[in-house]
Design a protein around this ligand. Structure first.
Ligand SMILES: [Zn+2]
Ligand SMILES: [Zn+2]
Length: 113
């Protein structure tokens, strides 16, 4: 069945018997695709919260925001990282005394190297 369709790109009418066909010509389809690709994307800056437009999806409105965000994040991550608790010989000696064990016995019991 032939239908009359309207090309979304150039708005001209064209007969089509293929339902999936959207544009009057291949050229229109290509141009429409191109235009869609170049359409500016609305983005929200992850750092300052400003809405901005970019050619493609971006997380930050400018380099400054990205840089600040990254350095802040780096600092937070550094704070979170736990410093491994070092057991010193003095600690072991003190603990072993507390439990009434010899140093050697305490170490073998707790498997401290
Ligand atoms: Zn067209
Ligand atoms: Zn920003």
């Amino acid at each position: 069945m032939i239908q009359i369709k309207i090309c979304p790109y150039c708005s001209s009418e064209f007969p089509s018997n293929i339902n999936s066909r959207k544009y009057c010509t291949k050229k229109c389809a290509e141009l429409a695709l191109k235009r869609r690709r170049n359409k500016p994307e609305k983005c929200l800056c992850q750092w300052c919260g400003q809405v901005f437009t970019a050619k493609r999806k971006k997380k930050f409105c400018n380099f400054n925001c990205q840089h600040t965000y990254m350095s802040k994040l780096g600092k937070i991550q550094m704070k979170v990282t736990k410093i491994p608790v070092k057991i010193t010989i003095n600690d072991v000696a003190r603990e072993s005394k507390k439990e009434g064990l010899t140093y050697g016995r305490y170490v073998s019991l707790k498997k401290i190297q």
